[in-house]
Design a protein around this ligand. Structure first.
Ligand code: KIV
Length: 270
């Protein structure tokens, strides 16, 4: 699966299916189930390391897991997250870290934020690194955003996300990932920019969808050292394992639901 194949699909109106992945076994299984893009997300801080957020994930963690995923999925497009602290300070360091992820097996890097990050996107793209911009709720800014909250609800916030998406698309990013934004805003952004959008909690009208693998399987119940019964699953999550009899079948059901636009439904959207 190449970037141009993905672009052909999105321009033909076909929905793109992305799923997070951190190891080779699930990479192989996801590829066999028809997932087109695997995201080595810094969500691994939560789902693998049991942390409360993504803030302590390092470049070493990211490159280790990217290598594992690349070993299992030989025909799937791999996107790797740039962790907190690996791209914000200066563009040269961002480039060096992006190259490290690419050498570990990623085909594209993703980082969070718009505004000043547009210059970083341009810098990497001019040097041959494909970029996915992550807008809306940006987990690495969880402390600044005051928790896990929907973004783009006010006029001002919606305009800012729209402006960032336009600027990132003009800078040449290959995808814009929109997390936890109203479905109507995601729809308008998708119709207004050249770059395809990938949504998580952003409604059905994005060009594609992403979920965290452990969420899709209904096995993530929150921070390791906290009581699972207090865990509130985000609205945008659907447990696909519930109605199937294997992990492979659950991932296949997710792929089919995204392709047929039956996921996300209204109940998964804001
Ligand atoms: O790290 C991650 O898994 C992500 C998704 C939530 C999109 O960025």
């Amino acid at each position: 699966m190449t970037l141009s194949e993905l672009q052909l699909k999105t321009s033909a109106g076909e929905k793109i299916v992305m799923l997070t992945c951190y190891d080779s076994t699930f990479a192989k299984l996801s590829e066999a189930a028809g997932v087109e893009m695997l995201l080595v997300g810094d969500s691994l801080g939560m789902v693998l390391q049991g942390a409360e957020n993504t803030l302590n994930v390092s470049m070493h963690h990211m490159t280790y897991h990217t290598k594992n995923v690349a070993a299992g999925a030989l025909n799937t497009f791999i996107v790797a997250d740039m962790p907190l602290g690996s791209y914000e300070h200066d563009n040269e360091a961002a480039y060096k870290n992006a190259v490290w992820l690419i050498k570990s097996g990623a085909h594209m890097v993703k980082f969070e934020g718009g505004g000043v990050r547009v210059g970083t996107a341009k810098y990497l793209i001019e040097r041959g690194i494909p970029v996915c911009a992550h807008l809306g709720f940006t987990p690495q800014s969880v402390n600044q955003l005051g928790g896990y909250k929907i973004q783009g609800k006010t006029d001002e916030s919606a305009k800012k996300i729209m402006a960032d998406a336009i600027a990132m698309s003009k800078a040449g990013v290959s995808f814009v990932l929109l997390e936890m934004v109203p479905a109507a805003l995601a729809k308008t952004i998708t119709a207004s920019i050249k770059a395809p959008t990938i949504g998580i909690g952003a409604g059905v009208d994005c060009s594609g969808q992403v979920l965290v693998l452990q969420d899709l399987l209904g096995i993530y119940t929150g921070v390791a050292n906290k009581n699972a019964s207090n865990f509130k699953c985000p609205r945008f999550v659907r447990n696909f394992l519930k109605d199937t009899n294997s992990i492979q079948a659950a991932v296949e059901a997710y792929v089919a639901a995204v392709k047929s636009k039956t996921f996300p439904a209204l109940e998964h959207s804001y």
